[in-house]
Design a protein around this ligand. Structure first.
Ligand code: XLS
Ligand code: CA
Ligand code: CA
Length: 476
C-alpha cells in the first residue's frame, strides 16, 4: 500500500516537473527560426509568418484575415475611408498586453518575447510592431514612453534607452511610410505617482513628471507625431479630507501651460489632446468637466479632447454624447475606439464591435467633417482567453470593419436625409422671424410675454422618437 502510494506520488511529481518545464520555458523563436535568434538583436525571421497583407475581400468573404467592410481607398462622402479613420495601433495593448489580471498570470506568450524588459527586447518588439501595422495596412501607431523602452535607475539612462528605441522606430517608420498618431508619457504606473503626477502633493514628483513629459514630447516630435495626449490616470483624489483640490487643479493648469510653452519652444506643431476619466474621483471626469477646466484656465485654444468610448461609459454617458459634447465645443480631437462591458464597471478596453454604436460615432465624425489631425486609436486589448498570434490581427480587423460599417451606415443616413429632415422639422418653429430674434438674443421677456398672451396655449408636436429609431435602423 505504502509502495503503491509512493509510486503514484513519484509519478505525479515527475508529471508536475514535466508540465512545469513545458510551461516555464518561454518560447523565444517561432518554430521556423529556431537557432537563428538566440540573442534578441539577432532576430532574422518574420514575427507573423503565414500572415500576409490584409486585403479587402468584401462582405461575402469567409476569410478571417481579410476586411469585409473596410476598403482603405474607397471614397465615402468625398473622403477615402483611410482618411476618415486614420487608424492607429496602440503599442501598449498590442505589444505589452499580457492577459494577466489581479487574479491570474499572463496568458499570452508571444513567440518573439523572451520574458525580459531589456533594451534589445524593446527593439525586437518595435520590429514586431512595424511588421504588424504594415501587414494590417494601418498608417499610425500610438505609444507611452515606458511601453517602448525600459525604465532605468536614473532619468538620464531611461532617456538614453528611449532615444535608442526611438531611433529604430524612426528608421522603421520611414521604410513603411508610417507615422505616430500620438505619443504620451506614462505617469500612472510607477509608485512615485501614487498621489498623482501634476497634482501630486510632492513637488519633486511634479518636477519628475514635467521632465518625463518634456522628453516624451520631444520623442513624439522626433517621430513626426501629429498629436500629444495627456491622460491623468492618477490625477484625482481618494479623500477630500486630506486634499487641497483648488491647489491641485491650479498645479495641473500650470503643468499644461508649461507643456504648451515647451511645445512651442521645440517647434512641435502637433495638437495637444486631453483624455479624461478612468474611475474614481478623477479631475478630468468627462468632456464637459474637462472643457470647463480648459476654459477656466485659458487653455481652451491649445487643447482638444481625446474621447475614449470606454471612459464615456464609465462617466455615465454614451460615447456619442461625449463626441457631440466635444464637437459642439470645437474640441473633438482623437477617438480611442474601444468599448467597455455593460455589466462591468471597470475599464475593460474591448474592441468595439457594436455596429449601431459605430454608426452613432460616425454620425458625429461626419458632422465634424473628420477628425484629422486626430484619428481612431485602437486603445483595446485582446481578451485574456484569446491567445493566438492571429487573434491580434482578427481583433483589429473586426474593429476596423465595425467602424467601416458605421461609416457606411452613417453616410447612408446623411445621403437619405430623412433623419436630418425629422430633426429640422422638430425645431421648425424657430425657423421664423421671432425664432430668429430669440436665437440672436433679441427677444426679451416682456416681448415674449406679450406674444404668449396673443398666441394662448402652445401647440406641442410629437418628438417622433420611434420614427427616428426606425429610420436609423433602416441604414444598418
Ligand atoms: C487608460 C487610458 C490610456 C491612455 C493613454 O485607460 O485609456 O491608455 O489612452 O495613457
Ligand atoms: Ca485611452
Ligand atoms: Ca481605457
Amino acid at each position: 500500500m505504502t509502495m503503491k502510494f509512493g509510486k503514484i506520488s513519484l509519478l505525479l511529481l515527475s508529471f508536475t516537473v514535466f508540465c512545469y518545464a513545458v510551461i516555464a520555458v518561454p518560447e523565444t523563436c517561432p518554430a521556423a527560426n529556431v537557432g537563428k535568434c538566440g540573442d534578441p538583436d539577432d532576430w532574422e525571421g518574420e514575427f507573423f509568418p503565414g500572415i500576409y497583407k490584409i486585403k479587402y475581400e468584401g462582405p461575402s468573404s469567409k476569410n478571417p484575415l481579410s476586411f469585409k467592410w473596410y476598403n482603405a481607398e474607397e471614397e465615402i462622402l468625398g473622403k477615402k475611408m483611410k482618411d476618415w479613420f486614420r487608424f492607429s495601433v496602440a503599442f501598449w495593448h498590442t505589444f505589452r498586453g499580457t492577459g494577466g489580471d489581479p487574479f491570474g498570470a499572463p496568458t499570452k506568450h508571444w513567440p518573439w518575447e523572451d520574458g525580459t524588459n531589456s533594451l534589445s527586447m524593446a527593439k525586437r518588439r518595435m520590429r514586431a510592431n512595424f511588421e504588424f501595422i504594415n501587414k494590417l495596412g494601418v498608417d499610425f501607431w500610438c505609444f507611452h514612453d515606458r511601453d517602448i523602452a525600459p525604465d532605468a535607475p536614473t532619468l538620464e539612462e531611461t532617456n538614453a534607452n528611449l532615444d535608442e528605441v526611438a531611433a529604430l522606430a524612426q528608421e522603421l517608420q520611414t521604410k513603411g511610410k508610417k507615422s505616430v498618431l500620438w505619443g504620451t508619457a506614462q505617469l500612472f504606473m510607477h509608485p512615485r505617482y501614487m498621489h498623482g503626477a501634476a497634482t501630486s502633493s510632492e513637488l519633486e514628483v511634479y518636477a519628475y513628471a514635467a521632465a518625463q513629459v518634456k522628453k516624451a514630447m520631444e520623442v513624439t516630435h522626433y517621430l513626426g507625431g501629429e498629436n500629444y495626449v495627456f491622460w491623468g490616470g492618477r490625477e484625482g483624489y481618494q479623500s477630500l479630507l486630506n486634499t487641497d483640490m483648488e491647489r491641485e487643479l491650479n498645479h495641473l493648469a500650470r503643468f499644461f501651460e508649461a507643456a504648451v510653452a515647451h511645445k512651442k519652444k521645440i517647434g512641435f506643431n502637433g495638437k495637444h489632446s486631453l483624455e479624461y476619466q478612468l474611475a474614481g474621483s478623477l479631475y478630468d471626469w468627462d468632456a464637459a468637466t474637462t472643457a470647463n477646466f480648459l476654459r477656466k484656465y485659458g487653455l481652451i485654444g491649445e487643447f482638444k479632447l481625446n474621447i475614449e468610448c470606454n471612459h464615456a461609459t464609465l462617466s455615465g454617458h454614451s460615447c456619442h454624447h461625449e463626441l457631440e459634447t466635444a464637437r459642439i465645443n470645437g474640441l473633438l480631437g482623437n477617438i480611442d475606439a474601444n468599448t467597455g462591458d455593460p455589466q462591468v464597471g471597470w475599464d475593460t478596453d474591448q474592441f468595439l464591435v457594436d455596429i449601431q454604436e459605430a454608426t452613432m460615432i460616425m454620425l458625429s465624425v461626419i458632422r465634424n467633417d473628420g477628425i484629422a489631425p486626430g484619428g481612431f486609436n485602437f486603445d483595446a486589448k485582446l481578451r485574456r482567453e484569446s491567445t493566438d498570434v492571429e487573434d491580434l490581427f482578427i481583433a483589429h480587423i473586426v474593429g476596423m470593419d465595425t467602424m467601416a460599417r458605421g461609416l457606411r451606415n452613417a453616410a447612408k443616413l446623411v445621403e437619405d436625409g430623412s433623419l436630418a429632415e425629422l430633426v429640422r422639422k422638430r425645431y421648425q418653429s424657430f425657423d421664423t422671424e421671432i425664432g430668429a430674434q430669440i436665437e440672436a438674443g433679441k427677444a426679451d421677456f416682456e416681448f415674449l410675454e406679450k406674444k404668449t398672451k396673443e398666441w394662448g396655449e402652445p401647440k406641442v408636436a410629437s418628438a417622433k422618437q420611434e420614427l427616428a429609431e426606425m429610420i436609423f435602423q433602416s441604414a444598418m
